[in-house]
Write a protein that binds this ligand. Structure first.
Ligand code: AP5
Ligand code: MG
Ligand code: ZN
Length: 215
């Protein structure tokens, strides 16, 4: 299965993609996580991405598309993947379609998580993320078992530098201007499924699994 998970910042893409990937045996490919790893390691890619991310802007397409198409070559992605955070504009969506079609492949479904702006801001304001494996937590909705530590790997939790009120607003604007038009693109391909992302983490997971298994 080849899936894309769309949705505004804070919709639960990372949370749900990790759960689905584990449940369905898919590779979880998260552009934001790949960029943050590169920033942490101080690589060339990290240097190129850092200032764009801090401002809540998109990293330029050439850098982003190259990184994702490279990641797609890895063995774990061969039997299926779930993309989280990519594509984010039309050029990226077309580059993905093109790369897949060159291998005789195509996306199966594109799921968009819908959540109100008010709730998005609440979620991002209370989010803590693992520095090592990037698993997202929320101090109220989804707290770790031990304060400040990742359940999955024991890594240290931190608040993302782009989770400030001002940058959250910028990221929401960028989503509406650049990413939201992808809904029509995928609707036109008959692949779009819109899902209410407002219920709790487990309820949304169950709904996503039932949709994907119905396929
Ligand atoms: P990226 O890392 O992709 O961030 P984003 O799209 O802004 O999305 P988030 O990761 O903030 O939210 P999420 O939907 O994953 O929510 P989560 O599961 O964490 O991108 C960051 C930056 O990288 C971009 O701004 C850009 O600069 C760059 N970039 C990345 N991809 C790019 C691309 N393709 N092109 C160009 N630039 C790119 O959940 C949020 C919180 O809510 C958590 O606290 C969680 O615990 C909680 N929560 C989750 N689900 C629920 C629920 N059902 N109920 C209650 N709480 C919940
Ligand atoms: Mg995320
Ligand atoms: Zn971790």
């Amino acid at each position: 299965m080849r899936l894309v998970l769309l949705g505004p910042p804070g919709a639960g893409k990372g949370t749900q993609a990790a759960a689905l990937a584990a449940e369905l045996g898919l590779a979880h490919i998260a552009s934001g996580d790949l960029f943050r790893e590169a920033v942490e390691r101080g690589t060339e890619l990290g240097l190129q991405a850092k200032s764009h991310m801090e401002q809540g802007k998109l990293v330029p397409n050439d850098i982003t598309i190259r990184m994702i198409l490279e990641r797609l070559q890895a063995a774990d992605a061969r039997d299926g993947f779930i993309m989280d955070g990519f594509p984010r504009n039309l050029e990226q969506a077309q580059a993905l379609d093109e790369a897949l079609s060159q291998k005789g492949l195509a996306l199966d479904k594109v799921v968009c998580l819908q959540v109100s702006t008010e709730e998005l801001v609440r979620r991002l304001g209370g989010r803590w993320v693992c520095r090592r494996c990037q698993a997202p937590y929320h101090m109220v909705n989804n707290p770790p078992r031990v304060a400040g530590k990742c359940d999955r790997c024991g890594g240290e939790l931190y608040q993302r530098p782009d989770d400030t009120e001002e940058t959250i607003r910028k990221r929401l604007d960028v989503y509406l201007a650049e990413t939201a038009p992808l809904l029509n693109y995928y609707r036109g391909q008959g692949k779009l499924v819109e899902v209410n992302g407002t219920p709790g983490v487990e309820a949304v997971s169950r709904e996503l699994l039932s949709i994907l298994k119905r396929r």
